[in-house]
Structures are given as structure tokens and as C-alpha cells.
Design a protein around this ligand. Structure first.
Ligand SMILES: [Fe+2]
Ligand SMILES: [Fe+2]
Length: 333
């Protein structure tokens, strides 16, 4: 029927497990029965989905569907739950990381695919606040990274890891003001948002297998990220600088502008190092055999000639407990 066809085009999927958490429902939710055939499973404002018990048990249903324009309500509701989950003492770290990961996945989808620039920024800020809380609650950065390493979506995994490592480095460097950490964490989370526009066959191709055209396409993620972020109102200038400069380094060997240390934004110096560290130490399609944190630091220092900001590198070593004693991390008001 024609109305079903319009229906299908305007609906987007959302995980059943995420919808089950909502009370009240932040949107109308639908179950897909077949191509262009959906039935209502719960209305916005209802306390729960209809037939919740049988829906929970139905292993053939993995996702429900929501109107495109109501997806932002779902992201907002998920982030509100995240704030409670992240600070809950009896919830395991793994569950906290899983939850925050699904929040970040939703935020990325919102920013890059759904066009809700205003809500997206506020949702990304919410997500980074929760991520900072997660980093702040522990002295052991490696254990947090190992939990993140188990996640699926490569871009979200990398982005959350870079954000967490950036915050940990900054803390060791004495950057402890909450507003500063939030901007830095946001820059870390969104630094590669332009990768959403790079075809997977290039995004996940090893650098040494790329031809000149592949390299050009790959490196365009920097400009694409700046474009995406510039369309969102009120994005801090530091966040856009991070997207622009996260592949630069202190020696002027990076891209796209071959900036040297003195020309780089202070936030970019931290994220550029965190980005390189995560790239080399986390498992990914382009890094199938990841190095340990210690080996990664040695590689950056010895084989690469440590091309990053010296204070940031020292901060990384301290955050990993490699040099001296980590100062620890406590959230400042
Ligand atoms: Fe990048
Ligand atoms: Fe990156």
C-alpha cells in the first residue's frame, strides 16, 4: 500500500534492547513484519511497549523502527539513562562501557546521517561528559581501553578510545578544568567524523596498499570532518581545530598543512598523539595484531622519532604508568 511505502522510507532501525529500557517511550515504535509492512509496538508517552513480555522473548526480533524525526528523542532518552548508569556503583565497568558505546553509536548516526545539527551537538556533549566520568573513575587507563577494544563499530571504538586517552593525557599535563576536558573529549570523539563519508574499502585499507588516489580520498576525511562540524551551530572552535589538525605533528610531517608544534592548537597536540597511540595499540582491520601499550610507546619514541608534543608524550607515559607515578585522575568541579 502506498502509505506503507512512505512509512518504510521514513523509518530507521533502533536496537530492541535499547527500546525496552525506555519508560516512558520517547517516540512511536514499530515492528517490521515484512518489506513495507510495519505495525505499531508502542506509542510515544506510553510507559512500555505493548506485549513487552513476548517481545522480549521473541528472538527473531532484533530491532524496532522509529520515525526519522523522532530518533533524536531516542538519543536524548538513552543519554539520560547513561548518566545514571555511568555513576551507578553496582553496575559493572563492562556494562557501563557497553552502554556508553551504544550512546556514542547513536550520536554518530545522528550527526552523520540524520541531520539534527543542534540536538547532535548537545547529545555529543552529554556523551563526552559520561566518558570523562568513566575515565575519571579509574587510575588504570589500559583496562578501560581493553573494554572498549571488545566493541564492534570500528569508528566509534576508535573515537571513544581517542577521546578517553586524550582526557587521560590532558589530566597528566595539568589540564584539569572540567570545561577544558569536555571540549578536549568532544574533539577526541568527533575528530574522525569525516571518516563516515569515506568508502569502507578505503577506510579499512592498509596505508601501504593504497595508491595515490586512495591516499587522497582517505586524507579527505579531515576536510570532510571540518565541513560536517562547521554546519553544526555552536561547535567550539577547538573541536573544529582538532578535526582539522589531528594528523599533524610537532615536526611538521603530518597533513593536510604540515603544521609544526607552535602552529598547532593545544588540543590538537593531545588528540594527534592519542590518535596515533590508539591506531597502533588497538585491534582494527588495518592493525590486526595490536601492540601492547608499552610497545606502542616505544615504537612512537624510537622508530618514529617521537614526532608529537613533548609534554603530551610525557603525559601519555604517565597516564599509562610507564614513566614515574601516574598522578591519578579525579574529576574537578
Ligand atoms: Fe583521522
Ligand atoms: Fe583517528
Amino acid at each position: 500500500m502506498p502509505e506503507n511505502k512512505i512509512f518504510a522510507e521514513n523509518l530507521i532501525p533502533i536496537s530492541k534492547n535499547e527500546v525496552i529500557r525506555f519508560s516512558p517511550l520517547p517516540a512511536d515504535f514499530y515492528i517490521k513484519l515484512g518489506e513495507d509492512n510495519f505495525i505499531l509496538a508502542g506509542r510515544r508517552g506510553d510507559t512500555a511497549l505493548q506485549d513487552l513480555h513476548s517481545l522480549k522473548k521473541d528472538s527473531s526480533i532484533f530491532e524496532l523502527f522509529v520515525h526519522r524525526e523522532e530518533y533524536k528523542n531516542c538519543v536524548g532518552a538513552t543519554l539520560q539513562i547513561a548518566e545514571i548508569v555511568i555513576t551507578h556503583k553496582e553496575i559493572s565497568d563492562l556494562k557501563k562501557v557497553n552502554f556508553l558505546f551504544s550512546c556514542s553509536e547513536q550520536v554518530f548516526k545522528e550527526i552523520s546521517e540524520l541531520g539534527f545539527p543542534h540536538e547532535s551537538l548537545s547529545h555529543a556533549q552529554h556523551a563526552t561528559r559520561s566518558l570523562i566520568t568513566l575515565v575519571a573513575a579509574r587510575d588504570d587507563l589500559n583496562s578501560l581501553l581493553s573494554l572498549l577494544a571488545e566493541q564492534d563499530d570500528e569508528l566509534v571504538k576508535h573515537s571513544m578510545s581517542v577521546s578517553a586517552v586524550s582526557v587521560a593525557i590532558a589530566w597528566q599535563m595539568g589540564m584539569t578544568i572540567q570545561a577544558t576536558l569536555e571540549k578536549l573529549a568532544l574533539g577526541g570523539l568527533l575528530h574522525d567524523i569525516g571518516m563516515k563519508e569515506i568508502p569502507p574499502e578505503i577506510a579499512f585499507k592498509s596505508r601501504h596498499l593504497m595508491n595515490a588516489s586512495d591516499v587522497k580520498t582517505y586524507e579527505s576525511h579531515v576536510g570532510r570532518g571540518v565541513d560536517i562540524l562547521s554546519k553544526m551551530p555552536s561547535v567550539p572552535t577547538e573541536v573544529i581545530a582538532v578535526a582539522m589538525e589531528h594528523h599533524e605533528n610537532a615536526l611538521g610531517q603530518g597533513y593536510p598543512r604540515h603544521l609544526r608544534d607552535v602552529k598547532m592548537n593545544p588540543f590538537s597536540k593531545v588528540v594527534a598523539l592519542a590518535d596515533c597511540f590508539c591506531e597502533l595499540s588497538l585491534k582494527s582491520p588495518t592493525n590486526p595484531v595490536p601492540r601492547t601499550a608499552v610497545d606502542t610507546v616505544k615504537l612512537i619514541e624510537l622508530a618514529m622519532g617521537q614526532p608529537f608534543s613533548k609534554p603530551a608524550f610525557q603525559g601519555l607515559k604517565q597516564a599509562l604508568g610507564i614513566t614515574g607515578k601516574a598522578k591519578g585522575f579525579r574529576k574537578t568541579a
